[in-house]
Design a binder for this molecule. Sequence first.
Ligand SMILES: NC(=O)C1=CN([C@@H]2O[C@H](COP(=O)(O)OP(=O)(O)OC[C@H]3O[C@@H](n4cnc5c(N)ncnc54)[C@H](OP(=O)(O)O)[C@@H]3O)[C@@H](O)[C@H]2O)C=CC1
Ligand SMILES: N[C@@H](CC(=O)OP(=O)(O)O)C(=O)O
Length: 326
Amino acid sequence: MVKVAIVGATGVVGTKMIEMFEQYGIKADELTLLSSARSAGKSLQVMGEELTVRELTEETPKQGFDYVVMSAGGSTSRQFAPLFEENGSIVIDNSSQWRMHEDIDLIVPEINAPKLGRKIIANPNCSTIQSVVALQPLKEQFGLKRVNYTTYQAVSGSGSGGLRDLEEGARGKAPTTYPHPIHDNVLPHIDVFLENGYTKEEQKMIDETRKILELPDLAVSATCVRVPVSNSHSVHMNVTLENDATEEEVRDAFRNIPHITLVDNPENNEYPTPLESTGRSEVFVGRVRRDDSLENTFHVWCTADNILKGAAQNSVQILKQIMERE
Ligand SMILES: NC(=O)C1=CN([C@@H]2O[C@H](COP(=O)(O)OP(=O)(O)OC[C@H]3O[C@@H](n4cnc5c(N)ncnc54)[C@H](OP(=O)(O)O)[C@@H]3O)[C@@H](O)[C@H]2O)C=CC1
Ligand SMILES: N[C@@H](CC(=O)OP(=O)(O)O)C(=O)O
């Protein structure tokens, strides 16, 4: 009897998580949907069945779940993930709370697998996931020396509040999630500002890239920007390789990888866009070109569905990876 719980089931990520369970054929004999008191009692359709959402309380972890997938924010994960772990559950956590802890695995299934030292497994930051998926073949074929990211992040990354600010902002309503209007605007500000002048989102991209790619000394920098796009993040990567390559060799590194789609025909106006990435499982790359201002350096443009590959899909892939191993 396999018991699975989804915490944050009513959120933007949680709702997609339910769809991903179906798509990835996750077999649960008992599925429990959890939220805060706000949504408890609500009904959600899961694989043709109506399930009632229940409130997550300190008693819930004692119910003996085998697997728990959490996407309910950092403070909920901080409080509850260890309680689930103590009660024997394997927890896949979508928040940034545990990612950089030394004994916590930070997993992108196309790149690495959990060692399961701890029963909490962290799902990386959304912009980082799509970026490392694109960087991995370059690392394998040419070696990586340096990466500079600039992101163009969709409002769905801020959950239902971000989507509301964009939609209602178009009708002149003041924002409640962002400090400035996002409609007709661009904000060089995602997550909180740190003492070093970077935002936490930028620092997450730097730290998590090094951890996932197992390159602790990789030179990485990032500027993260919120744009008035509903869904799918775009990342511009300026990548310096250890060994030089031609533009075509860099493009070839992306070809024939099932989870990467190369779209790079500028002569026909063909390149990845967030609109085309939405609803798709792969990471898209294109606009590959040499950066003549630095040795062995290339520009790569990358888009992906931040709620799918950046969150729900990656978490469910981790769950499947673990279930198939056990
Ligand atoms: N990998 C990544 O980069 C990403 C990670 N995330 C993570 O997932 C989280 C949720 O994102 P998203 O779905 O977009 O946000 P939403 O605001 O759309 O949804 C939040 C969900 O969390 C639930 N929740 C909030 N507080 C509690 C609580 N105390 N106990 C139980 N449930 C609670 C909400 O329940 P209710 O309906 O009752 O309010 C709701 O289901 C983020 O905060 C982030 O940590 C999100 C996007 C990308
Ligand atoms: N920060 C991401 C979403 C998110 O929740 O990220 P994290 O899990 O790293 O806090 C965005 O706003 O697009």
